[in-house]
Design a protein around this ligand. Structure first.
Ligand SMILES: Cc1ncc(COP(=O)(O)O)c(C=O)c1O
Length: 347
């Protein structure tokens, strides 16, 4: 029960591992909306412990985790400061505005995924009835559109201090926080320590089929639980899903270093091919953003088509850009096949 394709479009394409399928089949379950699913309870306790927070909430997706966080932190008409290429701003269907009534104030993400501290400070609204009230800052770690870049503990701490100085809340979209923690060699809770809330995904590089966790203090998680219900995310015998999440946390975190090493190995070969270059070089974590210059034999979209015929799935962002993501199902054999196919098409 592996993966039928060599698929580097995303780490969200990962199938559950055999250990996850076994745990799902055997999971003890109850009605989680009644708070009676023991497996969900166990997963939430593990998540809270991993993030160093009082409590956690199991939700169906990273998008819902971030939206529930915004609903739990902000009132209607208040403002959230976030990056202009953050996932929450670009790819979550505008939920902060459409559902939460929260006004997004975007600041340019720097190449390393950070927001400039002075720019954050300047964006905070004065106490003036003409302005919305600034309530929340959101960061993303690792930063998807910034090459899978890692925000450091020190940077996160500085934003945390800035937020407390101004009475603001700080949320971290840590969809891939374990990739960041493994890359830095620190426990994830150090990256989560300066923030009021953190979300992370089980269904990306950790291979679980469904689910994210939102973590914070008891009062925040209480509000987030109501938001989850409002959003339709109250699930019943969700222990079937949480069981895979427990395996993800127990078995799939430390091995992320292998994905990062394979991403670097892929980079070593691709950067030598005519016309190809990496936008973030070396790749910070498990993603490669590849640029196809004039000297490339074929462009990014043509490469996607040609690779498909070889059993390899890739996705082009434009004619000259591509993102490749390495994950559990890209083992050394698959990696060598990908390298061979690139060399044949573009060498
Ligand atoms: C950084 C980041 N945050 C949030 C999400 C949303 O997760 P989901 O697809 O589970 O809604 C993603 C998904 O790719 C992501 O990359």
């Amino acid at each position: 029960m592996g993966m039928p394709w060599i698929d580097l479009r995303s780490d969200t394409v990962t199938h559950p591992t055999p250990a996850m399928r076994r745990a799902m089949a055997e999971a003890e379950v109850g009605d989680d909306v009644y708070g009676e699913d023991p497996t969900v309870g166990r997963l939430e306790e593990m998540a809270a412990e991993r993030m160093g927070k009082q409590a956690a909430l199991f939700v169906p997706s990273g998008t819902m985790a971030n939206l529930a966080a915004i609903l739990a932190h902000c009132g209607r008409g208040e403002e959230v400061i976030l990056g202009d290429v953050s996932h929450t701003f670009l790819y979550e269907a505008g939920g902060s505005a459409a559902v939460a009534g929260v006004h997004p104030r975007t600041l340019p993400n720097l190449r390393d995924g950070t927001l400039d501290l002075a720019a954050i400070e300047e964006a905070i609204r004065p106490d003036d009835p003409n302005h919305p009230v600034t309530r929340l800052i959101c960061l993303e770690n690792t930063h998807n559109r910034c090459g899978g870049s890692v925000l450091s503990v020190e940077y996160t701490r500085r934003v945390g201090e800035l937020a407390s100085r101004h009475g603001l809340r700080l949320h971290l979209d840590g969809a891939r926080i374990f990739n960041a923690a493994v890359a830095l060699g620190v426990p994830a809770r150090e990256l989560a320590d300066p923030v009021d809330s953190v979300s992370f995904c089980l269904s990306k590089a950790l291979c679980a089929p469904v689910g994210s966790l939102l973590c914070g203090d008891e009062a925040f998680i209480g509000r987030a639980r109501r938001a989850r219900k409002l959003l339709g995310g109250g699930m019943r015998q969700a222990g079937i899903l949480a069981a895979a999440g427990i395996v993800a946390l127990e078995e799939m975190v430390d091995r992320l270093a292998e994905d990062h090493a394979r991403a670097r190995r892929l980079a070593e070969v691709l950067r030598e091919l005519p016309g190809l270059s990496l936008e973030w070089d070396p790749p910070p974590t498990n993603m490669l953003y590849l640029r196809f210059g004039e000297k490339a034999k074929i462009n990014a979209r043509e490469t996607v088509d040609a690779m498909r015929a070889r059993g390899i799935r890739l996705s082009a962002l434009t004619d000259d850009r591509m993102r490749l993501v390495v994950h559990y199902w890209i083992d050394d054999g698959a990696l060598e096949q990908v390298i061979g196919a690139f060399a044949a098409l573009l060498g």
